[in-house]
Design a protein around this ligand. Structure first.
Ligand SMILES: Nc1ncnc2c1ncn2[C@@H]1O[C@H](COP(=O)(O)OP(=O)(O)OP(=O)(O)O)[C@@H](O)[C@H]1O
Length: 231
């Protein structure tokens, strides 16, 4: 065996996803290497979010297998959702919001965890507004808080589910720049669902394009045609 071969972090084999007789993804084979940055693209309704829910174990596939380089129970995911406006009355501060992802362990934080929260707030550049309430923060700041919350428990796989949609160009690039830094410096593996093809091209290494008929292609990002219409 070639000693240089690394075990894929994620290996999807012959995966099929359907809702009753509505077939979405069919016979998908995909490997994601540790440290890879994969953009997942495709028109509305082709099954991108359902694929992610299947990868994270929230739903069972209709066929095929999903394997990680550790037992599935031990796999740690980070998830950054699409931007949604939060009520201005939302009471939690940016820091409280990030801490939520550690408080499921017990209702308080250890000194080490408190330091970890400070570190991730600094890493995403919101440590100076950590007492601002989430409801008062700008869209870009809210997404940074979601990113900090996603990375606070040191995920192996970071999932961005249209996390840059509705942000302005500057905020999009700021968020993706932070993600790219985590990817390059810490080797964090990233799955980035997006409709923004130029943004995918700028930051990802590979792309998975899922088509409406269940077919797909996976290629290096430099082969992505950013002029095609994928809405
Ligand atoms: N629980 C469910 N029961 C039945 N159909 C569902 C269910 N969840 C999703 N669907 C359907 O499956 C299809 C794929 O949905 P999904 O959200 O995975 O697509 P998507 O590619 O992420 O789309 P978008 O780009 O719009 O977010 C859609 O037509 C959706 O309506």
């Amino acid at each position: 065996m070639n000693e240089m071969t690394t075990k894929p972090l994620l290996k999807i084999t012959d995966l099929s996803i359907a809702f009753r007789d509505r077939k979405l993804i069919q016979h998908l084979n995909l490997t994601v290497q540790p440290g890879e940055f994969l953009a997942i693209i495709g028109e509305n309704g082709v099954g991108k979010t359902t694929l992610i829910r299947t990868v994270t174990g929230q739903r069972k596939p209709e066929g095929g297998t999903i394997q990680f380089d550790v037992p599935a129970k031990k796999m740690r995911f980070g998830y950054v959702p699409q931007f949604r406006n939060i009520s201005e009355e939302y009471p939690l501060s940016m820091r409280d919001f990030v801490e939520l992802n550690l408080l499921h362990l017990r209702p308080w934080l250890t000194k080490k965890e408190h330091q970890r929260v400070t570190n991730v707030l600094t890493e995403v550049g919101i440590e100076n507004i950590d007492n601002t309430s989430m409801g008062q923060a700008s869209g870009g700041e809210k997404q940074k808080a979601y990113l900090a919350q996603a990375i606070v428990n040191e995920p192996r796989l970071l999932i961005l589910d249209e996390s840059t949609a509705s942000l302005d160009v500057e905020a999009k690039n700021e968020l993706m720049g932070l993600v790219k830094k985590l990817n390059q410096q810490d080797g964090l593996t990233v799955l980035f669902i997006t409709h923004d093809l130029p943004l995918a091209k700028k930051y990802a290494d590979q792309f998975l394009l899922i088509r409406r008929n269940g077919q797909y292609e996976e290629k290096p990002i430099d082969q992505l045609d950013t002029t095609q219409d994928i809405q």
